[in-house]
Ligand binder design. Structure first.
Ligand code: MTE
Length: 444
């Protein structure tokens, strides 16, 4: 922390965080010059004010603002609170051109603007195969069938009367960072890593429900989870995961009911496993004696290997990390002290170490892990850095409690090739050039 003696550097956010939707549309239409001008205009606005020397007379102190001299708004003026209007640039965004229809698409979480480990519910990423619905909870049912003594149907009321657990876990789509297998494809961390969120979920362990139905755990070594949306999302989950007690059917997220986009009123939580298995609008669990090999596990969500074969059922999200500040699209306005901050997570347990390099992987320093450090949850890391104005490459490398070390692109491609979509957990590199611009690069 001694580095703070250096002058504090200022970061300007990535353009999407301070341009309006219309301005972004204009940029997408190819009016690039407009973007440059908007950047210049916005830089004054977006840059944090420089601290003045004492006695210089800062008008922000000398002149009393309206909020110090007038009556504020009454309570409950906004019965369900929303963020400040000054924060409206921070939002989920679709990656332009990624998919053809919004009903089968992704909205990415703005990781660059988040603190700590919890994703605000309104910024949780979205991935739908056939759009989302605001399902009427009084009409929603969870059916249990297959290798059980008693088939059963639960209403939401039934489920919410059972003993519940609340646990903090990350959810990451298996396709997160999937556009970057071959080379750099997207400019900011929102698009490179934003299919990641972390929340406190509340619900009932699936084991308790299967016990109530008399599941045959000897023969029934798998369950099939099915969603109620039009995509007929179905995924096989091995029974060991359910027997561990970790898998639960959740109705709560961050202290309130799930948001409709995230599966309201019921979704499966499968800690450590890729997002596709976290079936939303969960309507059926079938106990069976073998994997089902449904479309979402035989055709999609499989790993294409360099020899042309596919790997199936590679569900666990391996240890991964990313620096969120400074990151792609941001601009360092000064030489001086920066707090490098980022997120690390592992589908196999706790994060035990994160190393950070500012010279493209030649030298590494150990970052501070902020508490809480939870199993199968995001861990926040921070480390100080004094930027001397010279080119730098910022990287983070996480290690989990199994000793697994996050691989470089070179190491990952040696085993997996470059043609895959899923499970890219390579070390992310952000390049800083003399002008202070930060961009996405790949270091082997
Ligand atoms: N469940 C249903 N029923 N339908 C879906 O389209 N998408 C899956 C999974 N569960 C999906 C689903 C995928 S691919 C992911 S990554 C996660 O939900 C995304 O969850 P989120 O939208 O809450 O972020």
């Amino acid at each position: 922390m001694g580095d703070i003696d250096a002058r504090l550097g200022r970061v300007r956010p990535a353009p999407e965080s301070f341009l309006t939707a219309e301005q972004i549309a204009a940029v997408k239409d190819g009016r690039r010059d407009f973007l440059r001008k908007a950047f210049l205009a916005a830089s004054a606005m977006a840059a944090p004010a420089v601290a003045r020397a004492a006695g210089e007379g800062d008008p922000a102190i000398l002149n009393l603002p309206p909020w110090s001299t007038s009556l504020g708004l009454p309570v409950a003026a906004n019965p369900y609170g929303t963020p400040s209007k000054y924060e409206r640039g921070l939002r989920r965004r679709e990656s332009p051109g990624l998919t053809r229809v919004g009903g089968s698409s992704v909205a990415f979480t703005p990781l660059q603007g988040l603190f700590g480990i919890i994703t605000p519910s309104g910024l949780h990423f979205e991935r739908h195969h056939q759009g989302w619905h605001d399902v009427d909870p009084s009409k929603h049912r969870l059916m249990i069938n297959g290798l059980v003594k008693t088939n059963a149907v639960f209403t939401m009321d039934d489920l919410m009367r059972l003993p519940s657990v609340s646990r903090i876990h990350f959810i990451e789509c298996g396709a997160n960072t999937g556009m970057e297998w071959g080379n750099v494809a997207v400019p900011t961390v929102q698009y490179s890593h934003g299919m990641l969120s972390c929340s406190e979920f509340t619900g009932v362990p699936l084991k308790e429900i299967l016990d109530m139905c008399g599941a045959d755990y000897r023969k029934g070594r798998f369950v099939l989870a099915e969603g109620a949306d039009g995509s007929s999302m179905t995924r096989t989950i091995p029974m060991e995961l359910i027997e561990s007690g970790e898998v639960f059917v959740a109705y709560g997220m961050n202290g309130e009911m799930l948001r409709p986009e995230n599966g309201y009123p019921l979704r499966l939580v499968v800690p450590g496993v890729q997002g596709v298995s976290w079936v939303k609008w969960l309507r059926r669990i079938e106990v069976g004696d073998k994997p089902w090999a449904t479309k979402d596990e035989a055709v999609h969500y499989i790993d294409l290997m360099p020899d042309g074969l596919h790997r199936q059922y590679t569900s666990v999200q391996e240890c991964k990390s990313v620096i969120t500040t400074p990151s792609g699209g941001q601009l360092l306005l000064d030489k001086g002290f920066y707090n490098i901050s980022g997120m690390a997570w592992s589908g196999r347990g706790r994060i035990t170490r994160v190393n950070v390099s500012t010279d493209g992987g030649i030298n590494w320093r150990e970052a501070r892990l902020e508490t809480p450090v939870l199993s199968k949850a995001v861990t926040r890391f921070n480390i100080g850095w004094v930027w001397d104005g010279k080119p730098a490459i910022l990287q983070s490398r996480a290690v989990d409690e199994t000793g697994y070390v996050q691989p470089s692109y070179g190491q990952l491609r040696q085993v997996r090739g470059t043609k895959s979509i899923y499970h890219n957990n390579a070390i992310q590199s952000w390049k800083v050039i003399e002008s202070g611009e930060v961009s996405n690069v790949q270091v082997l």
